[in-house]
Ligand binder design. Structure first.
Ligand code: SF4
Ligand code: SF4
Length: 364
């Protein structure tokens, strides 16, 4: 089993609290090399929603998204001379040259992308126009993988621990997002203090109306651009690399101070979600979830899903008729005994646990 740290950029190794050395189940259901959501590898268990297929395009996979990279991760990409990152480095440099979405705190998505992303429906994994600029179609993978940010580090289409695994990764995303905000602000305070002292780190262009420059994906007018960047207008790449150096010099105690009470609360929530995802405990009483999706497959087996439209559990068809006996009125052991007496059949505890983690079975 990997440690939590193993899925994150190496920069965080000396920086994050001891919790991050704990193990987490490898998300083997999300097989990115043979994308588990693409038709060629997915089987027939994933149900269309409102008549729309939930399968992903092989030339986007789940990367119909544009990350918001914090300044120090941009610097990490620029300063990483490993051959595997050459493509990603080139793409980041091209974005710096274009000056669209370029700021001292973040390398953001263009405003038009954010508008389309937030206004679209059932597009995820299915719209090539929303393909991430760092997705490398020739390899079918991410060109900046080793330095990806909080959303990309924590997204898995399917989870070994089902809903509990999903809740853990979402909690980790929140903690990492807070960390990205504070570390990028810290770097700004060291290198470009006017930006934070004038409150520019609190402005989010995604909240305002789009300008002509936003709509045409042109850079800001020169005066506005210089106001944003100060003395760093021009050597922006050097600025980002300096941010990476500032953050690399911090200790875990420094980070804990920066995260303060918000960080303490998010970490406690994360520890709780981690326990739920790794404990694998079956509740004493269960009932069949009336909202579960039930899809009969060729050959007579049945696919059951509930917590996610990207995941379903396939069982022999006979199991479905046993499951509906779980109505929440008696303990799991008593239901199993009843099924053994009446049908000479049983559902193994590991199957029941998997169905609970999928929330096909739920607590009453
Ligand atoms: S996480 Fe993304 S790339 Fe990986 S298997 Fe799932 S959809 Fe495919
Ligand atoms: S940064 Fe990488 S992992 Fe994230 S959406 Fe883009 S290509 Fe996918």
């Amino acid at each position: 089993m990997p440690a939590v740290l193993d899925v994150l950029p190496s920069l965080y190794r000396g920086l994050l609290p001891a919790f991050f050395s704990r193990q987490v189940p490898a998300e083997t259901k999300a097989d990115c090399g043979r994308c588990s959501m693409c038709a060629a590898h997915c089987g027939e268990a994933i149900e269309p929603v409102d008549g729309v297929s939930r399968l992903f395009r092989p030339d986007t996979k789940c990367c119909t998204f544009h990350p918001r990279l914090p300044n120090y991760l941009v610097g990490a990409i620029l300063g990483d001379s490993s051959p595997g990152l050459a493509e990603g480095r080139g793409r980041v440099l091209a974005k710096i040259d274009r000056r669209v979405g370029l700021g001292p705190q973040w390398l953001r998505p263009p405003a038009v992308f954010s508008l389309l992303y937030s206004s679209s429906r059932r597009f995820f994994g299915r719209a090539s126009s929303l393909r991430c600029p760092y997705f490398d179609q020739s390899s079918g993978g991410c060109a900046i993988w080793s330095w990806r940010e909080s959303v990309c580090s924590t997204f898995f289409c399917q989870h070994v621990a089902g809903a509990d695994g999903h809740a853990f990764w979402m909690s980790l995303k929140r903690w990492l997002a807070l960390t990205e905000i504070q570390l990028s602000r810290w770097a700004l305070l060291q290198l470009h203090p006017d930006f934070v002292l004038e409150g520019q780190d609190r402005e989010d262009p995604a909240n305002g109306p789009l300008s002509a420059e936003d709509l045409d994906e042109r850079p800001l007018p020169e005066n506005d651009y210089r106001k944003l960047w100060g003395a760093w207008a021009g050597p922006e790449a050097s600025f980002y690399e300096a941010c990476f150096k500032e953050v690399s010099a911090l200790s875990s105690a420094d980070l804990a101070r920066m995260l303060g009470l918000d960080g303490t609360i998010e970490l406690a929530a994360l520890e709780r979600r981690h326990s739920a995802a790794t404990a694998g405990r079956l509740p004493r009483t269960l009932r069949f979830n009336p909202s579960a999706t039930v899809k009969w497959l060729r050959g007579g087996s049945v696919a059951l899903g509930a917590y996610s439209e990207y995941e379903a559990l396939a069982l022999p068809g006979a199991a479905y008729h046993l499951l509906v006996a779980f109505d929440g009125t008696e303990p799991v052991d008593a239901v199993r005994q009843r099924l053994r007496r009446a049908h000479a059949a049983d559902l193994d505890e590991s199957v029941l646990l998997a169905l609970y983690q999928q929330r096909v079975l739920v607590e009453p």
